[in-house]
Design a protein around this ligand. Structure first.
Ligand code: C2E
Ligand code: CA
Ligand code: CA
Length: 619
């Protein structure tokens, strides 16, 4: 319990002890006058005053805000010395008094020893190291005194006094244990055993002062696990908890003693370097540290039968003499962490001021998104897909959001936020209802598209009510769907970093009712061609970044031709998205890509424009 707070508690006991010594001490001077031992009593009292002055000095120099660990230790040594001397001075009274034949003095001596012991128990019980030796110093002479009386009642009293010591020690031991437990619980996170948010905040306060004084910096690291909620939702809280424990062990053993590690709550951890760094050049070092930590977290976790992969997003913030408003730097490192999330997660971002403005908007979006889902600002656009003869064969539904203040927002900006906040479930449900209704209308009017693609987030896929919703709606609208028409769910590769077997089960269940699956942004994520074999998929969609670079880098072109030939082997349909030029279209045709989508043909259009242009419907 080497905490500032604990020292502050002991500091208060100094004043109490001075009071409890100087005031009753006067009474003992009076006794000295009554029993004719005034001089020793006066000398004793003078000594008490000197010790009290020393105690007062120890009391005064204490400053938990400014003292570092070494200074605190030194201060504690002074406190120990003071306590030993002042309690011993009461033991001196005992020794002085029992030397006299006057029995009244003996009674006073015995009472003094007992009184001092009780005071020691009350004041020092929180500190075993102080309490035990001081109690023994006070009580053992008393037991010895009873013993030396040499009569039967003396032996009995000697034994009683020893029992009294035992009881006090026992009580002290229990109280001490309770205090330690309370201390532990107040400062630690129960699940992982790491420090908790409260302790972290307390720890940061004095740091501020020290940074100011030394003109140095420390680094703060905020670690948030990626897609942890999905693991929790899909595998249950027990597995989630065990994963958190495992992650916290890894973080702690990676940091050893160089950093203070705390769990802020949920899947969020925070580290702060214990040593003050000298200059800003250490930024590079901090970045490296965070990246290595990330690699440690990323290694596979084996919990029962689950092989889990999890990555993290880490925000790093260099703290100089920041404002005492402790919440502020947390907010800033949070911003950096969020930036890492929005950059695709699994990364490290250092905080800078430009990030703040971005976050402002992020928060605004989050707030608005919540309200919008109750309103009518969401729209689904449709982007046509073509075969190699430029005949339309399908479309992809892409959601849009137009907001009065924020303008028209691209899904790239709000979908990740919706995923993080869980709002993706509602949003996805809206898109599902809307698109299936529209497809049904088209079919009713005799306009059949072969494929109709909808983007589905992993959260939806692992959310039972969503699956049920799909089943019900499908049954309702498409009980007699045309044989060669399919509804395709586009999912990205990172869904397979979650619980692969569960994802596969869900996919199989949906396939039974007629849903087909496409791997979106293929080639950008945890691509492993072995997935193609294991997964019940029907299509891969080559990511638009490969198409964009196709004619600039031979690598991209090779990648495309490889993806296509392998996918062909697995009998998968191949879609190229983001086709912008004729040149790209021709090359892709050469590699026998099946379907083409992109601005070369058309962008995503509002429902009515799409119907007019591609389905010949006039509204
Ligand atoms: P995505 O699934 O990869 O969608 C393709 C994106 O590329 C669309 O952006 C589309 O407008 C854009 N695009 C189409 N042709 C071209 C082209 O020739 N060049 C370029 N540079 N871009 C092209 P959008 O609509 O902004 O959607 C962005 C992402 O948002 C989508 O990426 C998808 O992951 C997500 N998203 C959109 N709608 C939904 C939805 O309803 N649910 C979910 N879960 N995600 C959605
Ligand atoms: Ca897509
Ligand atoms: Ca895509």
């Amino acid at each position: 319990m080497k905490q500032q707070k604990y020292y502050a508690f002991l500091q208060k006991q100094i004043v109490l002890m001075i009071g409890l010594s100087l005031i009753p001490g006067l009474v003992y001077v009076f006794f000295g006058w009554v029993f004719d031992i005034l001089l020793p009593a006066l000398l004793w009292y003078l000594f008490l005053i000197i010790v009290s002055l020393y105690g007062f000095y120890v009391y005064k120099v204490f400053d938990s805000q400014k003292m570092n660990e070494i200074q605190l230790k030194r201060w504690y040594q002074h406190l120990t010395l003071f306590m030993y001397i002042i309690f011993s001075s009461w033991a001196i009274i005992f020794v002085l008094n029992i030397q006299h034949d006057e029995y009244n003095l003996h009674y006073i001596a015995i009472f003094t020893e007992l009184g001092a012991s009780v005071v020691a128990s009350a004041l020092l019980v929180s500190d075993k190291r102080l309490f035990v030796p001081i109690l023994l110093t006070l009580m053992l002479p008393l037991s010895l005194y009873f013993f030396l009386i040499g009569a039967w009642y003396g032996y009995v009293l000697a034994v009683f006094s020893l029992i009294f010591v035992g009881v006090l020690l026992y009580a002290a031991y229990n109280t001490h244990k309770l205090i330690e437990e309370n201390y532990y619980h107040a400062q630690h996170d129960i699940l992982t055993g790491l420090y908790n948010r409260r302790y972290f905040m307390e720890y940061m306060e004095p740091l501020n002062e020290r940074l100011k004084e030394h003109n140095k910096v420390v680094f703060l690291y905020l670690i948030d696990l990626d897609h942890f909620k999905t693991i929790n939702d899909s595998l249950g809280h027990e597995v989630g908890d065990r994963l958190l424990i495992e992650v916290s062990h890894r973080i702690q053993s990676y940091c050893k003693d160089t950093h203070m590690v705390a769990r802020l709550g949920g899947d969020e951890f925070i580290l702060v370097s214990k040593d003050l760094n000298i200059t800003e050049s250490s930024e590079h070092e901090a970045y490296r540290f965070a990246n290595e930590l990330l690699a440690v977290i990323r290694e596979v976790y084996i919990l029962d039968k689950h092989h889990l992969h999890i990555s993290a997003s880490i925000g790093v913030h260099q703290l100089k003499d920041f404002s005492t408003d402790t919440g502020n730097f947390i907010k800033e490192v949070d911003i950096a962490m969020y930036e890492a999330k929005s950059k695709g997660r699994d990364g490290v971002i250092l905080f800078n001021k430009d990030l703040s403005a971005k976050v402002e908007r992020h928060l605004q979006i989050e707030q608005k998104l919540y309200n919008t889902l109750n309103g009518n600002n969401l729209n689904v656009f449709y982007q046509p897909q073509f075969d190699k003869n430029k005949n339309i064969v399908g479309c992809e539904a892409l959601v849009r959001w137009s907001d009065e203040d924020l303008g028209i927002l691209a899904p790239d900006e709000f979908i990740p936020i919706a995923e993080n906040t869980g709002l993706i479930l509602e949003l996805g449900s809206y898109v599902l209802h809307e698109t299936l209704k529209v497809l049904h209308q088209w079919n009713e009017k005799g306009k059949f598209l072969n494929t109709f693609s909808i983007n589905i987030s992993i959260r939806q896929l692992l959310y039972e009510p969503f699956i049920e919703e799909v089943e019900v709606l499908y049954q309702y609208y498409f009980s007699k769907i045309k044989e060669n028409q399919t509804i395709m769910f586009e999912i990205t590769e990172h869904v397979f970093a979650e619980d692969m077997s569960r994802v596969i089960d869900t996919m199989k269940r949906l396939k039974k009712i007629g849903i087909t699956f496409s791997i979106d942004d293929f080639g950008t994520g945890y691509s492993s061609l072995s997935y193609l074999q294991e997964l019940p998929i029907d299509e891969v969609k080559i990511d638009k970044s490969f198409i964009a670079e196709m004619h600039e880098s031979s690598n991209s072109e090779n990648m495309i031709s490889t993806i296509i030939s392998i996918a062909k082997n697995f009998n998968l349909q191949i879609v190229a998205e983001g086709v912008e030029t004729e040149e790209q279209f021709i090359t892709l045709k050469k590699y026998e890509c099946d379907i083409f989508q992109g601005f070369y043909f058309d962008e995503a259009l509002p429902q009515h424009s799409f119907e007019k242009k591609y389905l010949g419907l006039n509204v």
